[in-house]
Write a protein that binds this ligand. Sequence first.
Ligand SMILES: NC(=O)c1ccc[n+]([C@@H]2O[C@H](COP(=O)([O-])OP(=O)(O)OC[C@H]3O[C@@H](n4cnc5c(N)ncnc54)[C@H](O)[C@@H]3O)[C@@H](O)[C@H]2O)c1
Length: 357
Amino acid sequence: MAKIFHDTLTVDKDDLLAVCEGILMHEGVPKADANYVAWHLVETNLRGTDSHGVARLPHYVRRLKEGSILAQPTISFEQRAPSLGLVDGGHGLGHLVMRRATEEAARLAETNGAGWVAVRNSSHCGALAPFGLQLAERGMIGIVFTHVDPMVLPYGSRAPFCGTNPICVSAPGANDRTLCLDMATSVVPWNLVANAQQEKSEIPTGWAVDKNGNDTTHPDEVAALYPFGRHKGSGLGIMIDVFSAMLGEAPYGPDIPKMYGNMKEHRRLGGLVGAINIRPFVGVEDFEARISEMVSRLCGLPPMNGFDRVHFPGEPELETKRQREKEGIPIGINILEGLNALAISAGLSPLQSRQTE
Ligand SMILES: NC(=O)c1ccc[n+]([C@@H]2O[C@H](COP(=O)([O-])OP(=O)(O)OC[C@H]3O[C@@H](n4cnc5c(N)ncnc54)[C@H](O)[C@@H]3O)[C@@H](O)[C@H]2O)c1
């Protein structure tokens, strides 16, 4: 994960989970659902993806208060063909909607070999990795997409069209070597810039442009982000909008209500979750052993100058998780202050924090 540099305090994961769960329950989210969303957010911070963890909770709370996210949605599933289905998220929290789509895709793949579930009427679902890893844990290959409002410059354009439309692809591996590529199709996710805005820190050149199309390092001036890899990231982001919008009849690119726009308006986000059952091809244990062997060979390659060694997709997050489980989770001081204000107004004790070492 690209970093922004700012002052942090450290909190324990269990305290953070309890406070996030309590804040969501105060907004009317049932305990089991609040627990899953809190787990998803804290897990995302544990894995080092600070753009999509607890920093986003105040935003979800605001939308819950304004009614554009429903605390107790009706999330429904309709099977459209033996291995295809559609989840209507009922304007619930995106984490719950994408979890349901992932469960349904796995169920279809158990019986029919593969499952593809389109999503509509969802909201921001945070990081995709927890859904991809959910499928890998069931011995399946996972492919997960979602889309967001326009904030990325298509290659050659000065105006944004699609969002930071992420992709997650996962494949189970033995010995903690599950491959999990989870990434925005922009140079960085928008919410890393949002964190920089909150912490009043600069961003590096090359991430974003201002309203005149000039590079900017000032997070408040950001009007759009660059795609990763020039025309390639740009093209992939556009195709992810197709997968996320066109099957489930969700709006696409410029028509998607803005994340930080009208808080009373439903986001109506789409997505697509795919699961491939490995068993009809090869035994899961054999598959996992081969992935593990592939990872060993990959990581054994001689490193380039300036690199310690070669890492596999998903490994940096595993390493950060091991470290943060022991040492706690560093959180920007302004983000922590925002969470504590919510905790207090929900009648909870503020988080205990200590200096980050
Ligand atoms: N829900 C949404 O609307 C939305 C939108 C955009 C992004 N996101 C989320 O934002 C998160 C962060 O995205 P990102 O683009 O900043 O990801 P990133 O750049 O931090 O990582 C991308 C991928 O590269 C791998 N990686 C990183 N360093 C590596 C190395 N040295 N060697 C090998 N592999 C390496 C990581 O394991 C990861 O799979 C993701 O979880 C994504 O799902 C969500």
